[in-house]
Design a binder for this molecule. Structure first.
Ligand SMILES: Cc1cc2nc3c(=O)[nH]c(=O)nc-3n(C[C@H](O)[C@H](O)[C@H](O)COP(=O)(O)O)c2cc1C
Length: 355
């Protein structure tokens, strides 16, 4: 019996997500989402993830104060780029901050610019973010967190979600309480990364601890942390009772993986994933979009983490480049050379060679 059959028989078909998620005015069909990742989930990556079947693809976090500056300053211009929708539908933008008025203002602006869903960051562990009492620092003051959520949900008509961790540390795992308060203030969904803030990215995500959040609210809960495959996603849903999964790091270099996982969760059929030609075209499109958005030099530099990831994923699957070519891929300042190298990443299918 293959994995899909095991899941739909022995493991229980009730784990598969056949019902669309209703998030206020928004209906989302596919139960796997691309996580917000600063410096990573640029418009190009989000477009690819959506096209390959991710239910939602979240923007990098946008600092509320920066976004409100608009095109008037460098930070403002950068945050406009981070939140760009560029035809994505649904378009999900994450905002971060600790001041309720500023978050409400940013939410209004983001919604006016076309966001279909606004997520509030209450999970980021980074010192520069929690130092400003934003991100996961909000989990230390639930009254303030609730005021902030209320300010955002009242400022916009689009649905609002909240992304959080299990709590600040092991002594204060208060995600169920924050989720309850988020629901009471009008949030339509919560995402829980199964680690505490003090863990940063250490250890393993505790999927079973997310179940207390699922039990605490009636809005959909999304489980996040260490999901790398359809098998992980099934186990994650089983342990957490969540309605969908969110995938971050595992999507680097393979934005199609989120859609593959979504499709498995929906219909129980494992897919072989896109063929080499489709992967090649996706990697090249990713680079081309970044060059167009950021200009030749900035675009190429920003693309490097993606280029390295595409190369490493391809190498792990029997393709990739020799060491000298891989170095050129991430060091070259000649976009045409990089495009050519991307063309060599994936093994050519026999029929493609013949064509
Ligand atoms: C490079 C990087 C940037 C991230 N940026 C954000 C962010 O902007 N907002 C956020 O809520 N989480 C951010 N995260 C956390 C991810 O959304 C996710 O919660 C975490 O990586 C765990 O999921 P994973 O194991 O699937 O990667 C970031 C993670 C990484 C690795």
């Amino acid at each position: 019996m293959n994995f899909a059959q095991q899941v739909s028989s022995a493991a229980g078909a009730d784990r598969l997500c056949t019902e669309p998620l209703r998030l206020g005015s928004l209906t989302v069909d596919a139960p796997a989402f691309l996580a917000p990742m600063a410096g990573v989930t640029d418009l190009a990556m989000r477009r690819l993830a959506r096209r390959f079947g991710a239910g939602l693809a979240f923007s990098e976090m946008v600092a509320s104060g920066d976004y409100a500056q608009g095109a008037n300053g460098k930070a403002g211009r950068e945050s406009l780029l981070r939140a760009l929708g560029g035809g994505l539908s649904p378009h999900a933008v994450q905002i971060a901050g600790c001041d309720a008025d500023s978050m409400a203002e940013a939410a209004r602006l983001v919604a006016d610019a076309g966001a279909d869903l606004i997520d509030i960051n209450m999970g980021c562990p980074a010192k520069r973010v929690v130092g400003g009492a934003a991100g996961s620092a909000l989990m230390r003051d639930l009254d303030h967190a609730a005021r902030l959520i209320a300010a955002v949900t009242r400022a916009v008509t689009v649905p609002v979600s909240v992304k959080m961790r299990l709590g600040w540390d092991d002594e204060t795992r208060n995600a169920p309480e924050l989720a309850r308060r988020a629901e009471a203030e009008g949030a339509v969904m919560v995402v829980v990364h199964g680690r505490t803030r003090q863990q940063f990215y250490r250890g393993v995500a505790d999927w079973s601890a997310i179940r207390a959040v699922s039990d605490a609210v009636s809005i959909p809960v999304v489980a996040n942390g260490d999901c790398r495959s359809a098998e992980d996603a099934c186990e994650m849903l089983r342990q957490s009772g969540a309605k969908a999964v969110m995938i971050g790091r595992a999507a680097l270099g393979q934005p199609w993986v989120v859609g593959e996982i979504a499709s498995f969760l929906r219909n129980g059929r494992a897919s072989a994933g896109p063929d080499g030609a489709t992967r090649r075209a996706a990697a090249r499109e990713h680079l081309a979009t970044l060059l167009e958005l950021l200009g030749p030099l900035q675009g190429l530099r920003h693309a490097r983490k993606h280029l390295a990831a595409y190369a490493d994923v391809a190498a792990g699957q029997g393709g990739g480049l020799d060491p000298a070519a891989r170095r050129r891929l991430v060091e070259s300042e000649d976009a045409r050379e990089v495009m050519d190298l991307l063309g060599r990443l994936y093994r050519r299918e026999p029929e493609a060679e013949a064509a």
